[in-house]
Design a protein around this ligand. Structure first.
Ligand SMILES: [Zn+2]
Length: 143
């Protein structure tokens, strides 16, 4: 089921639903009807503010985010929809940790709930790095 790799870890009933829609070639019309395109979060500043706002709603106590950008390459090169990175730097006598989120630029022209979904996913990695049960529990509570 390589075409459903982004749904790994989601409940089987949801994955079945998607699989059915794909088989009937109904996934795209279904999604477009449910989620009309598109949001107006086009600039990096707007994207940063959007993610920052989600974070203050859901994950107030987690580490601050230094950077959020749309990335043109990660989808084609890494087959990823989003990425997060922790960068540690020594500044003077202090160790400063920076947290960066990259979101595939395919979400620039997407329905808002899709952008929101990937942003929440990457934010949940502030709590839990792996895609394990704890990670998906966090996601389910926050969505
Ligand atoms: Zn992830």
């Amino acid at each position: 089921m390589s075409e459903l790799k982004y749904l790994q870890g989601y409940p089987e009933s949801l994955v079945d639903q998607v699989r059915n829609l794909i088989a009937k070639q109904q996934l795209k019309p279904f999604l477009l009807k449910k989620y009309p395109c598109c949001h107006d979060i086009k600039t990096e500043k707007a994207l940063y503010d959007f993610v920052q706002e989600l974070k203050s709603d859901y994950l107030k106590k987690s580490a601050p985010i230094s950077k959020v950008v749309y990335d043109k390459k990660i989808h084609a090169v890494d087959h990823a929809l989003g990425q997060h990175a922790f960068v540690s730097r020594i500044q003077g006598s202090k160790l400063k940790a920076k947290h960066e989120i990259r979101i595939s630029s395919i979400f620039r022209e997407a329905p808002l709930p899709f952008l929101r979904m990937i942003a929440v996913h990457e934010l949940a990695h502030l709590r839990e790095k792996e895609h394990n049960k704890a990670f998906y529990n966090t996601l389910e509570k926050k969505l």
